[in-house]
Design a protein around this ligand. Structure first.
Ligand SMILES: Nc1ncnc2c1ncn2[C@@H]1O[C@H](COP(=O)(O)OP(=O)(O)OP(=O)(O)O)[C@@H](O)[C@H]1O
Length: 308
């Protein structure tokens, strides 16, 4: 089966000449959940808007469900669900009235009660939108995106403003939708969200894709981290030669030492053996494998250095 979303060399330039999207290519298979990550201003929303058909690309091509989402909007729009970053509903309507109004413009809409139940807003059905909390408004946005039982769901930072429980509930719902065959494109600032949900992801930086693949692919080859406080009376030079422990990089801030290593077991063992022999305690010892967060920060740093 062909891919549901295909982006090829996409570009977007705003009035004034700023190029926010600089030739990016990726594809999303049916039923796959693809996450776009990136620092503020990396170009996530600018890209997603092209996929949603809200603007034409300045270069390259995009196809959603086999159509050009901008030129063939009428064919694509009924089959996609869009949760924008800023919903912007009339604030004097109640939750039910808002969903009902939206349902009136949606073919094959779910019943209002079902949509509210899906996102856990049943108890707020009669509440005016202006009285909802930020997290509840995000959930209303999601209910509206789900109204038409979309084949493709675009979620632009869906859990911003949600508390930890609300975030986990939304993750569960998004997983269920994906498991029932919905293709999902998600943008997020939360790396844990991408780790939890994404089948594949791309990290955008300054309008380009800096890394792409499964979480394990993106994390592979990134260094692990060890940090600890130097024992009183000891200096960095008192540690065993760090290079021989497989440490690739180190820094110290005050008494805290941070090491990076591609040989975590070897480095940690060497350090602990040294501490045992010296009879000292390594307070604040923290040993962690490479994570998406580490990969993300490294990529952002590398790219910044390259463009400096
Ligand atoms: N209408 C516009 N006119 C000019 N520049 C814009 C416009 N919209 C966005 N930009 C710029 O394009 C760049 C990418 O913005 P975009 O909103 O796509 O980033 P993002 O990755 O979604 O960021 P965030 O995580 O902060 O939402 C930013 O530098 C932004 O200032």
């Amino acid at each position: 089966m062909t891919d549901v979303i295909e982006a090829e060399g996409l570009r977007r330039t705003y009035r004034g000449g700023f190029e926010a999207v600089r030739g990016i290519s990726f594809s999303v298979a049916p039923g796959e959940l693809f996450a776009l990550l990136g620092t503020n201003g990396a170009g996530k929303t600018s890209t997603v808007e092209l996929l949603e058909g809200l603007a034409p690309p300045g270069g390259g091509a995009v196809r959603v469900l086999g159509h050009d989402p901008y030129r063939e909007r009428a064919a694509v729009r009924p089959r996609i669900g869009v949760m924008l970053q800023e919903g912007g509903f009339p604030s004097d309507l109640t939750v039910t009235e808002t969903v009902r109004m939206w349902a009136g413009c949606t073919s094959g809409a779910r019943p209002v009660g079902e949509a509210l139940e899906l996102v856990g807003l049943t108890g707020r059905a009669g509440t005016r939108v202006k009285l909802l909390s930020g997290g509840e408004k995000r959930r209303l946005d999601l209910a509206l995106a789900l109204l038409g039982r979309p084949e493709v769901l675009f979620l632009d930072e869906p859990t911003t403003g949600l508390d930890a429980e609300g975030r986990r509930e939304t993750w569960k719902l998004v997983r269920e939708l994906r498991d029932s065959g919905t293709t999902v494109l998600l943008t997020t600032h939360y790396l844990e969200e991408a780790e939890q949900l994404a089948d594949r992801l791309a990290i955008l930086h300054q309008g380009r894709i800096a890394a792409e693949g499964r979480v394990a692919d993106v994390v592979a080859g990134r260094p692990a981290r060890i940090s600890f406080d130097l024992p009183d009376g000891y200096h960095l030079g008192d540690l065993p030669p760090l290079g021989q422990l497989g440490v690739t990089d180190h820094e110290s801030v005050g008494r805290t030492v941070r090491l990076r290593t591609n040989a975590l077991q070897e480095s940690a063992t060497g350090l602990l053996l040294w501490a045992q022999r010296a009879g000292v305690e390594l307070r604040g010892l923290d040993v962690r494998s490479a994570s998406l967060e580490e990969a993300f920060l490294e990529i952002a740093k590398e790219e910044k250095e390259q463009t400096a």
